[in-house]
Design a protein around this ligand. Structure first.
Ligand code: DGL
Length: 279
């Protein structure tokens, strides 16, 4: 259900928006890459800030949230594709979303693994994500099928998401937390670290400081955007040049907070935010 002004613009078939969602602000790091690569597309971003963080929740609960959001995007916003810009929700629900939604659905895990495999030179890599993502084994499985010889070191980083949601991306406190959480990865010889939570690119300076300059930080954002472009082109679903590309933003939490913090993280294109209330 939506509270506030209606979404309801009628879109031409190809000009329909692409839905993007996350538990909160994290997916804005993926949206940035999407908007930059696909300037003629219109995006509808939903941050489920009322129910973040997803990371500590059981995967079955996160899967329920993901299905509810996807149905909202399809039924109320009429999206032509969905990007699950959240690793935890991708780990919990991607297969179910792909099977049940009437539009293409893409996640961030396979694109993240591709980015990591392309970047590493010594074949020793790290993956950091939420407790839910790391415990799901989704990265361990995807990496061992993409590059069986790669040596993978995983670490959960509980607490990082909360700093980003508070808009606190460079404080001394987050630095201290990063030193503690990343210490298991500091002496295992990795040359690449995948930020396998879409919130973490907003902490890249802190994580980079702690890991040092010999470790390359990569995220799934650019690879995900390339994959979306490929799917649009293959299915001849690209928006025509000159289509309405005023993006839409939805939040299930405090919309003023979402607008204010979202603009700091994403930029001024994030303007009006529509309230979503789950039943
Ligand atoms: N940004 C999310 C992810 O990529 C979810 C973070 C959370 O809500 O715990 O996993």
């Amino acid at each position: 259900m939506i509270v506030g002004s209606s979404v309801g613009a009628t879109n031409t078939a190809l000009g329909r928006p692409i839905g993007v969602f996350d538990s909160g602000f994290g997916g804005l790091s993926v949206l940035r890459a999407l908007v930059d690569l696909l300037p003629h597309e219109r995006f509808a971003y939903l941050g489920d800030t009322e129910r973040y963080p997803y990371g500590p929740r059981p995967l079955s609960e996160v899967a329920g949230f993901a299905m509810e959001i996807a149905r909202f995007l399809v039924e109320e916003v009429d999206v032509k594709m969905i990007v699950v810009a959240c690793n935890t929700a991708s780990a919990a629900a991607l297969d179910q979303l792909v099977a049940e939604m009437p539009v293409p659905v893409l996640g961030v895990i396979d694109p993240g693994v591709r980015a990591m495999v392309d970047a590493t030179e010594n074949g020793r890599v790290g993956v950091i994500g939420t407790t839910g993502t790391i415990a799901s084994g989704a990265y361990q499985r995807a990496a061992s099928s993409a590059a069986p010889d790669m040596e993978l070191h995983c670490a959960a980083c509980p607490g990082f998401v909360e700093f980003v949601e508070r808009g606190e991306t460079g404080s001394d406190q987050v630095h201290v937390l990063a030193e503690r959480l990343l210490s298991p990865l500091s002496d295992v010889g990795i040359d690449t670290l995948l930020l396998a939570c879409t919130h973490y690119p907003f902490l890249a300076r802190t994580i980079g400081d702690v890991m040092g300059k010999d470790v390359l930080l990569v995220s799934s954002a650019d690879e995900t955007a390339f994959e979306v472009k490929r799917v649009l082109e293959d299915s001849r679903a690209c928006a025509p040049v000159g289509s309405d590309c005023s993006h839409m933003f939805f939040s299930s939490g405090d919309v003023e907070w979402f607008r204010e913090t979202g603009r700091r993280l994403f930029g001024p294109e994030l303007d009006k935010v529509v309230q979503v209330v789950w039943e």
